[in-house]
Design a protein around this ligand. Sequence first.
Ligand code: HMG
Ligand code: MG
Length: 299
Amino acid sequence: MGKLPKFVQIKEVGPRDGLQNEKKWVSTESKIAWINMLSNTGIKEIEFSSFVNPKMIPALSDAREVGKQISRNPNVVYSALVPNQKGLEYALEAGIDGASVFMSASETHNQKNINKTIQDTYPVLKQVIEEAKAEGKHVTAYISTVFDCPYEGNMKPDAVISICEKLLEYGVDDLSLGDTIGSAVPSQVETLLDDILKRYPTEKVILHFHDTRGMAIANIMTAMNYGIYRFDSSIGGLGGCPYAPGAAGNVATNDVLYLLHRMGVETGINEKRIQEASLYIQNQLGKILPSRSLLASGL
Ligand code: HMG
Ligand code: MG
C-alpha cells in the first residue's frame, strides 16, 4: 500500500449534487440555514447551488436567492455549477467565489445532460472559463462519466484526456473526474490515474465518486494511494444526476470522514457538526439518508 496523504481536502457538494435530484422542494430558507450550518463544520469549499436551466433542475431554481443570502465564512470558498454565459451572469450576481463548468466524456451523456455535442460544448465553456477567470474566480472543470456511461458503457482514458487538455488550455484551475453512475471499481481508478498522473500533477486532480454500488470508499483508498488528496462528497450521501439513469448519491461526507480520521488523515472537519447538518437535511427531506456512519451513529 502507498503512503496515505496527511491531509485530505473535501468539497461538500450536498447543496448542489445532493439536492438536484430530490423531488421534494426544500425551501430557500431551509437551504440557507443548512448551508450556514455546513459553513461552520470546517469544510473549506461548498458547492452551494447550480445556475442551470431551472426547468431541467427545478430543485435548485432559487440559486440566486441562496447565493445572495447565505452567511459567508471567510475561510470557505462558495462555488456553484455554471453551464453557460447566462449561468455565469447569474452566478456572479449571486456572489460565487468559484465556478464549476461541466461536460461529459461520453457523447450521449453530454447531449442528454447539456443538450449539446462535445464539440459544440467547447466554445460555450471556453467563454465561461475565460470570463470567470477575468473576474478572478477559481474555475473547476467537472468531467462526467470518466469510467462508464449509462448509455455507451465503458469509457477509454483517451476520451477523458482529450477533454482535460482542452479545458486546461482554456484556463481551468483543476479537474474533477466524475464516476457519475457510481460503477467504477479500484482497477478502473488505477487505469485512469496511470494515464492522468503522467500528464498532470496530483494537485490538479479531484475525484468525484457516486456510491451507487458501495464502491466509493474503496475507490477513494485507491486514489489516495496514488497521492490524490482532493475529493468531492455529499453530506449523508445525498445526490445523483437526473440525466444519468441509475445514478445514486455521492459518497457520503460522513463516511469519508469516518475512514480518514480513523486512519490518521486530517481534514479539518468536525464530524459531530457534519452529523448535525445531516440530520437537519434528513428532517427537511423526510427520509433516511444512505450514509452508513450516520445510520450507525444512532442519531
Ligand atoms: P439548452 O436547453 O440547450 O439552452 O440548455 P437554451 O440556450 O436553448 O435555453 C433553453 C431555456 O433555458 C431558455 O429559456 C433559456 O433562457 C434557459 P426559455 O426560453 O425556454 O424560457 N436557460 C437558462 N436559464 C437559467 N440559467 C441558465 C440557463 N441557460 C439556459 N444558465 C443547458 C443548456 C446546459 C443550460 C441545459 O441543458 C441545462 O441546464 N442542463 C443542466 C443539466 C444539469 O444540471 N444536470 C445535472 C448537473 S451535472 C452532474 O450532476 C454531474 C456532476 O455531478 C459530475 C458527475 O457526477 O459526474 C457535475
Ligand atoms: Mg455528481
